[in-house]
Design a protein around this ligand. Structure first.
Ligand SMILES: Nc1ncnc2c1ncn2[C@@H]1O[C@H](COP(=O)(O)OP(=O)(O)OP(=O)(O)O)[C@@H](O)[C@H]1O
Length: 277
């Protein structure tokens, strides 16, 4: 079925043209994900355009993280759903292949190596990009290894510099404040040089100043590097300030989407956030 599905354009957008998931930078068509009796994601179709900054919001348990996990390949969707990356159907491809094709990811739970330092954490991820298969691993060891290592180090140093992490490069992760740990997680995702970055509550638990810094770095990546950003975020003030489009999930289904200012005024959205009809 992969590749033969003819997805209809996304419907229900309040603003802007509909984005066909199959030609978007990242998209999904008719994706459902169930866990036993629980429908975590319920028939969701979205298209994220190249260079967009989109936020996915919704109450706890709405299905946001599950949707991200389906998009990046941690979970398979139930039969019938399709995932597209740069127009290519990647539904059956594992997450590491999607990562090499430009889909990056940060984690709500920060899956960093606590006992390693910042440099080691980022270098480990970078090495995955450089040695994706047996042949390149062999080539690495029979000659190109030192050159590759130097190139990796140069790229990682650029990222450390960009995200103002240089002074922390030899600090172990466990010794750093949450704001810096979240920035290291961002740095690690950048080591794979993504075109589209999925951010799972990258500002969760941060102080005002730490959030300000994170927004500043993300805005730079979006504006100067042209990175496409898809962000799960609970702070509606941040969402309306930074994102161009907003998608609201409730009980696994999309209940609103469009320009943030109009979406937050939507009575249905206000109802799920305030409980007021
Ligand atoms: N691996 C899993 N096994 C069983 N149920 C799961 C699993 N992952 C998520 N769920 C269930 O799916 C639903 C959606 O969960 P999900 O974590 O995607 O929501 P969320 O919107 O990201 O929530 P939060 O804002 O609290 O992180 C919930 O009912 C959750 O309990």
């Amino acid at each position: 079925m992969s590749g033969q599905h003819a997805p209809p354009p996304e419907t229900g957008l309040r603003t802007g043209p509909p984005i066909d998931p199959s030609v978007a930078a990242l998209g999904c068509q008719s994706v459902t994900k169930t866990f036993g009796a629980i429908t975590a994601v319920d028939d969701v179709s979205i298209g994220i355009d190249q260079g967009e900054w989109v936020s996915i919001v919704g109450p706890n348990g709405a299905g946001k993280t599950t949707l991200l996990n389906v998009l990046n390949g941690f979970y398979d969707p139930d039969t019938g759903g399709n995932i597209y990356l740069s127009g290519e159907d990647v539904t059956t491809e594992p997450s590491y292949k999607r990562a090499r094709k430009g889909l990056g990811r940060t984690f709500q739970g920060l899956e960093l190596f606590e006992d390693e330092d910042v440099l080691e954490n980022i270098m480990t991820t970078r090495a995955v990009k450089q040695r994706p298969n047996l042949l390149s691993a062999l080539l690495f060891y029979v000659g190109g290894g030192r050159r590759t290592e130097a190139e990796n180090m140069r790229r990682v140093e650029e990222i450390l510099d960009y995200l103002e992490l240089w002074e922390y490069r030899h600090s172990t992760i466990g010794s750093l404040p949450l704001g810096i740990q979240r920035r290291v997680d961002l740095a690690r995702s950048l080591a794979l040089e993504p075109d589209v970055l999925l951010l799972d509550e990258a500002m969760s638990g941060l102080t005002f100043d730490e959030k300000y810094d994170m927004v500043r770095f993300l805005a730079d990546l979006h504006e100067k590097e042209g990175l496409t950003l898809v962000m799960i975020e609970h702070d509606l003030e941040v969402v309306t300030d930074v994102s161009q489009r907003m998608i609201v999930l409730d009980q696994g289904a999309i209940i609103a989407r469009g320009e943030p200012d109009s979406v937050v005024d939507d009575p249905e959205v206000q109802r799920i956030y305030t409980g007021v009809e």
